[in-house]
Design a protein around this ligand. Sequence first.
Ligand SMILES: *[C@@H]1O[C@H](CO)[C@@H](O)[C@H](O)[C@H]1NC(C)=O
Ligand SMILES: CC(=O)N[C@H]1CO[C@H](CO)[C@@H](O)[C@@H]1O
Length: 227
Amino acid sequence: MAQAKVAVILSGCGVYDGTEVHEASAILVHLSRAGSEVGMFAPNINQMHVINHTKGEPMEQNRNVLEESARIARGKISALSELDSKKFDAVIFPGGFGAAKNLSSFASDGTAMKVNDEVEKTLKDFYNEKKPIGLCCISPVLAAKVFNGCEVTVGSDKEEGGKWPHAGTAGAIESMGSKHIKKSVTECHVDDKNKIVTTPAFMCETKLHEIFDGIGVMVNKVLSLTK
Ligand SMILES: *[C@@H]1O[C@H](CO)[C@@H](O)[C@H](O)[C@H]1NC(C)=O
Ligand SMILES: CC(=O)N[C@H]1CO[C@H](CO)[C@@H](O)[C@@H]1O
């Protein structure tokens, strides 16, 4: 397979106000192993808020999504406004609350959520060019909103004794007119028609290596759809 070029879209740095760091790392490791070339991007906007991750409480600070995302990217990152989809074969969105707070307003508006203009344009550009879109954790709500009627997974729609603490998200996806498919954390769902590949990741309370493995299944499926 020719070396695939993949755009990875970040939303800050840290699970409660930005990108989930382990998910971003897992995506990058699996892309690296597959020999992909990666470009990282984030919107140049302020974060909705800054969370002190020791206790999960908001702090009186302003931080910029692009600057925070640059921590994960080790500085090699560009503003999302500069992303030219024609130069890439696929796009992947890790999760973390940043996707629900900065890339969209799902955290505050639920099913009435708005999607950041640059994020919406990015999704539609790749979609219109028939290139695969990978999302994990909470990020599938972006696809559910932008591509009404598509199929995504965030794991289970039932709590199951604490294993799926955010199970209500599945109902929100259905309310927005898309279809939720139940999957385990080590699986992904492939919406073949729309080339959308999703995996639950940290929507599931489980061992880190299972999340890592599920993300690997998603990444490899995205890459196989670039052929
Ligand atoms: C973050 O939270 C911890 C634990 O409550 C606290 O000790 C620390 O001062 C907080 N940091 C800031 C910058 O607010
Ligand atoms: C502070 C700020 O600009 N936050 C934004 C994070 O992103 C969401 C979705 O685009 C906006 O609604 C917030 O205003």
